[in-house]
Design a protein around this ligand. Sequence first.
Ligand SMILES: [Zn+2]
Length: 257
Amino acid sequence: MDVESTVAMLGAAGFGLAFGSFLNVCILRLPHERSLLKPPSSCPSCGHVIGWRDNVPVLSWLLLRGRCRWCQAAISAQYPLIEALVAVLWVAAALYYGLTLQALTAALFATILLGIAVTDARHYIIPDEFTFGGLAIGLLLSLRGGVPGFVDALLGAAVGFGLLYAVAIVGKWLFKEEAMGGGDIKMMAMVGAFVGWKGVLLTIFLGALLGTVVFVPLTLKKKRLVPFGVFLAVGAAVTFLAQDAILSWYQRFLSIG
Ligand SMILES: [Zn+2]
């Protein structure tokens, strides 16, 4: 790798670490409707404010051996793991798409999907900041010639929202209980802005398929809520990466059959 691309990859890793660090704050605070800006991060055990040198992504956690500097309480490994994972996603996007708007789109989309998957799995909550914030980012990027064009992004958002809204209403009428959370509906509007209307259909199909294969065996043993957003997030990531390949395979499949 030449110097220029090495610097570019280091830059992508740096942005990824910073966004990963911010995502940790989002994951920690948004489900409890706490502000992202204040107060500054503090140790949940002793309340000591965490200084900048103990707040460096991944590195601080390693240097402190996963313990608070002041009270020695354990700090969850989730923090450095999320930071490292987001950095890997950003570098992967830069490697795959080059230093393009598409790489930025992919990296931001992956970061938002990861945030949704974690909050939905842990709290059964998909914060509006991820869905409405992501919707705005997706539409903005599509204006600048992102992955789907602006019209397709707008259509995707409308189809994603409308389709899951319809599923929610029919589900409620059929089962007399909440079948689809409001967070899932808003999430699919966001996803549509990134993958267009065909991508929305593929995402819902993949999400439902995954949810059925993975979750039905689990729910048979123990009745619990389905964090459907997790499966939609995986479906959306696969769709973003492989939408064209999957749809053309499907068309060939149909023309043979
Ligand atoms: Zn402490």
